[in-house]
Design a protein around this ligand. Structure first.
Ligand SMILES: NC(=O)c1ccc[n+]([C@@H]2O[C@H](COP(=O)([O-])OP(=O)(O)OC[C@H]3O[C@@H](n4cnc5c(N)ncnc54)[C@H](OP(=O)(O)O)[C@@H]3O)[C@@H](O)[C@H]2O)c1
Length: 274
């Protein structure tokens, strides 16, 4: 299924999110020098992150201040930028708090994207409802969520806000929830921003567009931008955003990290260290 996205030739070194130290720069790179600490996002097509050394584009590499550890920095790129893009671009939330009040639902709020989405959403003028497993309810509350639902309870499965909120935007970070479950919980112009849109989500997207429905499903594919990466790195520096680390694995045991990731039960981010 991923053939159109991943290269057809091996070897291919997976992973796109890296943090480390510059060891050398190419011609024309004058904003970084050897020894600089950085965070970078690599292209999905080239990969290369699961390694001691990686090649990053200067436009997608940002300085890493001393307050941000390599592990905290490495957690950010895809997950925090996806949460940022979903909230700011798709849901129209202003993270300086200046926008109108919005009700947000974050599904799988304990995961990599979700835990950043809750924290970023709370920088805006929002009420945040979140879903996660029972073991993570206190954790997700500690990220700032106003109300948290256990996804295995009937109300959690129905995405029903305990205080009766209708959601203006859903940052949907898990799979397997049909449109019919979202619909009764959405405000008149509510949007579901689906970061893992499957065939049925794409169908709903098309139907809602073609019928000019006020409620929409928005499939999201991350388009990474250096300025946004810089923004989230600085939020971590300022203590306004944190990377919660599920587990750290040595590079020699990268397969353990991979298994854990595919398992789909991480709390925060899984980190591999050389
Ligand atoms: N569109 C894009 O550009 C883009 C970018 C990044 C990621 N993604 C995709 O987004 C999805 C989420 O990625 P991620 O890294 O954030 O996931 P993740 O870290 O693997 O999420 C794991 C967490 O989700 C919770 N969870 C699982 N099913 C749930 C449910 N039905 N309701 C509530 N919580 C649930 C788990 O809790 P329990 O352990 O308690 O079950 C666990 O804490 C993935 O499919 C990924 O491929 C897309």
């Amino acid at each position: 299924m991923l053939r159109p996205i991943y290269p057809r030739k091996f070897p291919y070194i997976p992973l796109t999110d890296v943090a480390g130290e510059v060891v050398g720069v190419g011609a024309g790179v004058n904003n970084f020098k050897a020894g600089d600490k950085v965070v970078a996002i690599l292209s999905h097509f080239t990969g290369g992150g699961l390694a001691e050394f990686a090649v990053a584009k200067k436009s997608l590499t940002v300085p890493r201040p001393p307050e941000v550890s390599a592990a905290e920095g490495a957690g950010l790129p895809v997950a925090a930028l996806t949460a940022h893009q979903a909230l700011t671009q798709s849901a129209g939330i202003k993270l300086d708090g200046s926008g109108p009040r919005a009700n947000i639902l974050v599904t799988a709020a304990s995961g990599g994207v979700g835990h950043y989405a809750v924290q970023l959403a709370k920088l805006g003028n929002t009420h945040v409802t979140a879903t996660c497993g029972a073991r993570n309810i206190d954790f997700v509350k500690s990220l700032g969520a106003d109300e948290v639902l256990d996804y295995k309870t009937p109300d959690g499965a129905a995405l029903k806000s305990p205080s009766g909120q209708k959601y203006d935007a859903v940052i949907h970070c898990t799979t397997g929830i049909p449109w019919s479950t979202f619909e009764p919980n959405l405000s008149t112009k509510g949007k579901v921003i689906d970061i893992t849109p499957g065939p049925s989500a794409m169908w709903t997207f098309a139907v809602k567009k073609l019928t000019f429905s006020k409620q929409q499903l928005v499939p999201l594919l991350l388009i990474p931008k250096g300025e946004n990466l810089d923004y989230v790195v600085n939020l971590v520096k300022e203590g306004k955003l944190k990377t919660v680390i599920d587990s750290k694995h040595p590079l020699s045991k990268a397969e353990d990290a991979w298994v854990k990731s595919i398992d789909g039960h991480a709390t925060g981010k899984i980190i591999v260290e050389p």
